[in-house]
Design a protein around this ligand. Structure first.
Ligand SMILES: N[C@@H](CCC(=O)N[C@@H](CS)C(=O)NCC(=O)O)C(=O)O
Length: 206
């Protein structure tokens, strides 16, 4: 399988999951933007992903899967026994979907104007900042007394770690969200997360 990715973006979440499960994954780095390119072979990335965004998963038979949540679920389901993807039909799975959807639509997309679309302008950055506060607070309350979003580390944790980690890039003070801050610090130490980070750094070397 190939994962089309860009360092420090949401594509880090499926990268973490693939490593947690020991799935064979080739990294294909993408330069985002109006003229998005696959850097390994200087290919026009929009031929693969028409809107030019990561992540994108390419299976060994050439089939393509877009959308981070779908990719996370697909990867997690490759090894049900590992428990990263909750069992089909269980309430736990519905809760996991609840978090995946929340992270995608309420957190990830609220960060977007800051990180990837400066053209949205100052006003949208201010509004995004205001919208983010209650959304982070909700996650923070949930993590009070919990190690992970669910009973164990799962695909939604890989996504939350990635997206909430952008608070560091943007220098958003996490002091009001101490449970979330502690959660991120714990996951910073998780071996597969460290390995994924190292692999993306190595891959970025000229
Ligand atoms: N709906 C997509 C959105 C993915 C997305 O926003 N990716 C960002 C990186 S985190 C991106 O590639 N942005 C480039 C752009 O919008 O041009 C998903 O959830 O996978």
């Amino acid at each position: 399988m190939k994962l089309y990715y860009t360092p420090y973006t949401c594509s880090f979440a499926p990268h973490i999951v693939a490593r947690e499960l020991g799935l064979p994954l080739e990294l294909r780095r993408v330069r985002l933007g109006a003229e998005a390119r696959v850097l390994t072979d200087d290919r026009d990335y929009r031929e693969l992903s028409p809107l030019g965004y990561v992540p994108l998963l390419e299976l060994d038979d050439g089939r393509l899967l877009r959308e981070g949540v779908a990719i996370l679920r697909y990867l997690g389901d490759q090894d049900p026994a590992a428990g990263l993807s909750a069992p089909l039909g269980s309430f736990e799975r519905a809760e996991q979907d609840q978090w995946l959807t929340y992270i995608n639509s309420e957190l990830h997309k609220t960060f977007s104007p800051w990180l990837f679309h400066p053209e949205y302008g100052e006003a949208s950055v201010r509004v995004a900042g205001e919208r983010l506060q209650p959304r982070l607070a909700l996650v923070d309350r949930h993590l009070d007394g919990r190690e992970f979003l669910g009973e164990r580390f799962g695909i939604a944790d890989a996504y939350l770690y990635t997206v909430a980690g952008w608070t560091k890039l943007l220098k958003i003070d996490l002091a009001p969200y101490r449970h979330l801050a502690a959660y991120l610090a714990r996951l910073d130490q998780r071996p597969c997360i460290r390995e994924a980070l190292r692999a993306e750094r190595e891959d970025a070397k000229p």
